[in-house]
Write a protein that binds this ligand. Structure first.
Ligand code: ASP
Length: 323
């Protein structure tokens, strides 16, 4: 510990290690530890979280993330309680903080939270004793999606170091793009973010990223040929219509023509390149329907690996500590 770090900073860092808010609190070794743990999750292990209660609190729509957290916690032997905003007291005007205090009081040991407001998991963690896991907060972060993406790529290519990954689509509104690009950068990949100018974030965010240490780079481009040339992975993103302002994309057909991933476009990628998508997919917009399955698609592996990664995260945060 250096003398220049304040007590608050040290406490903040310790809190980040106990929760999973985003990939930015992880090191390359921390990421590897989670991915290695995820690889072990197919082995028989008994019920390491027996006696623990995990609350799956989803105040925003979800299929894959919600269900896979539920399955993951169940496979580890935990009791799982699902809460959606609809039907909860949030509808009656209860604040997020009061909801979290209630979940604490009923004896929950871990809180998995999805919320439309960026930062909601950080706020929740101030009122909850156990680990808080961010399952997506507005356009900010989606760390377990990033980790499952990293696991999927590492399984296929053996390493993330030097891997060329194009992330194409609504980058500016996508928490997946942010978290996955950050994770890839930390692990030494070469990330290319590609979108029309209105859907790319201010380039200043790249300058603010932590140095990779592993030789990773991130660049932004509006030109598909620059993004795809020699890329080994292309990850397409859904249009985040729920977060867009009007006028960012005047013509969807034009977008599909310029940025849609099609069989013809695959020729621009490295031979044997693969296609990923975090889902849900708008078929025929960001990706042609025929590319969603088959040899080039890793989409179903992403979903399968999501369960393993969420098991690993729950076990590491809740397992031996006896929270
Ligand atoms: N399922 C991902 C998320 O929750 C991606 C998306 O919704 O487009 O961010």
């Amino acid at each position: 510990m250096t003398a220049s770090r304040t007590t608050d900073q040290v406490a903040g860092e310790a809190a980040q290690r106990r929760h999973l808010f985003d990939v930015d609190a992880l090191t390359v070794n921390g990421i590897a530890q989670i991915l290695d743990e995820a690889e072990r999750m197919t082995e028989p292990m008994g019920a390491p979280l027996r006696g623990k209660t995990v609350i799956n609190f989803f105040a925003e729509a979800s299929t894959r993330t919600r269900v896979s957290f539920q399955i993951a916690a169940g496979r580890l032997g935990a009791q799982v309680v699902n809460i959606a905003a609809d039907g909860s007291s949030l509808e009656k005007g209860e604040s997020l903080v009061d909801t979290v205090r209630t979940l604490q009081a009923v004896g929950a040991h871990a809180l998995v939270i999805r919320h439309a407001e960026p930062g909601a998991p950080y706020l929740a963690a101030r009122h909850f004793r156990g680990p808080v896991i961010n399952a997506g907060d507005g356009r900010h972060a989606h760390p377990t999606q990033a980790l499952l993406d990293l696991l999927t790529m590492r399984r296929l290519f053996g390493t993330l170091r030097g891997l060329i990954v194009a992330i194409v689509g609504d980058v500016t509104h996508s928490r997946v793009a942010r978290s996955t690009a950050l994770g890839l950068l930390l692990c030494g990949a070469q990330v290319r973010l590609c979108a029309p100018p209105t859907l790319l974030p201010h380039p200043g965010w790249i300058a603010a990223l932590p140095p990779s240490g592993e030789g990773g780079t991130v660049l932004q481009t509006t030109f598909m040929r620059d993004a795809l040339d020699g890329a080994q992975v292309v990850m397409t993103l859904r249009m985040q219509a729920e977060r867009q302002q009007n006028g960012l994309l005047p013509n969807l057909k034009e977008y599909v023509r310029m940025y849609g991933i099609t069989t013809a476009r695959l020729a621009e990628l490295a031979p044997d390149a693969v296609v990923m998508h975090p889902g849900p997919v708008n078929e025929g917009v960001e990706i042609a329907p025929e590319l969603m399955t088959g040899r080039v698609s890793l989409i179903s592996q992403q979903v399968e690996n999501g369960v393993l990664v969420r098991m690993a995260v729950l076990k590491l945060l809740l397992g031996e500590t006896g929270e």
